[in-house]
Design a protein around this ligand. Structure first.
Ligand SMILES: *Cc1c(COP(=O)(O)O)cnc(C)c1O
Length: 301
């Protein structure tokens, strides 16, 4: 359970923030919430190592490597050389003793297959976790988070008209949408894409929702509930400057760290989205990535 903080009036609306960044393991975040479920399964079975993939700035890889390290388990990370800058996350992955295999992005898939096959031939029992903790287990983590939000609404006596967050692999997004569909709630769940464009990005979310719900999925309802905003994905020039300003503003006004890749973009996207919306209760989910805040801070002057 993570806290929901009341941040007061924001652009004519009432803003709340769910602090997933304060999950008490490895700097928290949505990857920590997903990893709790993946590692629950690992602890209940006889896997003896983990294979996953992600970039040098991946929050997922940091958390998974930390969970492995804590258990004395080997963690193998396949990483695309196109996205391999040194970050606080990559430094921590090394500190946790993860074996990092850097290959061209078009070889990532085959390298993973080879790694898993090789480990099995050597008598090992690897658990493969998809990048970003994608898949039904990751979705389940955010179905549970949605339920948690409902419990907190009852406790705080508030109804959130909108929920905003950064959407990447779409698993967090899918979990929240599934939670909403399963409980039949009226509200808008708005994923701010950090990279993928429509229609592909939204389709990945839809696939995850259908995969999780199975025959409980009502296609029209699934379509209507999935709002995927792709206006802030460029990550260059003008947008970058606006994200940097957003990060500074949120830190100064609320004392909360955001980052350039995920939460800063999402907060900026939310601010734009609510420009003509007034008097609503809005929940922003802080999905973590705090080490990336410090990477950003190093570049501020
Ligand atoms: C991975 C990540 C996201 C995106 O989550 P998905 O479930 O992959 O869509 C958002 N914010 C942060 C900080 C992340 O690390």
């Amino acid at each position: 359970m993570t806290i929901i903080q009341n941040l007061g009036e924001y652009k004519g609306n009432h803003l709340y923030i769910k602090r997933e960044d304060l999950i008490p393991f490895s700097f928290g975040g949505n990857k920590a919430r997903k990893a709790q479920l993946f590692f629950q399964e690992i602890d209940e079975s006889d896997y003896d190592c983990v294979v996953t993939y992600g970039s040098g700035s991946s929050n997922h890889c940091r958390v998974v490597a930390n969970e492995c390290c804590k258990r004395g388990m080997q963690c193998y990370i396949i990483s695309p050389e196109e996205a391999n800058e040194s970050t606080f996350n990559s430094q921590m992955m090394k500190m946790f003793g993860a074996e990092i295999n850097i290959v061209p992005v078009n070889e990532v898939h085959d390298t993973i297959e080879k790694k898993i096959t090789g480990l099995k031939l050597a008598g090992r029992n690897p658990c493969f976790i998809e990048g970003g903790g994608h898949g039904n287990i990751g979705t389940e983590a955010y179905v549970r988070c949605y339920q948690e939000i409902k419990d907190q609404e009852a406790e705080l006596n508030v109804h959130f008209d909108y929920i905003f967050f950064a959407s990447g692999t779409g698993t967090t997004h899918a979990g929240l949408v599934c939670g909403q569909l399963l409980s039949g709630d009226e509200r808008s769940i708005v994923g701010i894409s950090i990279a993928r464009k429509n229609p592909r990005g939204r389709n990945v979310v839809l696939d995850s929702v259908r995969s999780y719900l199975g025959d409980r999925a009502d296609e029209a309802a699934v379509q209507a509930a999935t709002l995927f905003i792709d206006d802030y994905t460029s990550g260059y020039g003008k947008d970058d400057k606006l994200v940097a300003e957003t990060i500074e503003l949120v830190l100064k006004n609320y004392g909360i760290p955001l980052d350039m890749t995920y939460t800063g973009k999402a907060f900026m996207g939310m601010t734009e989205y609510i420009r003509d919306i007034k008097g609503k209760n809005i929940l922003f989910i802080h999905t973590g990535g705090v080490p990336l805040f410090f990477d950003a801070l190093r570049k501020f002057d």
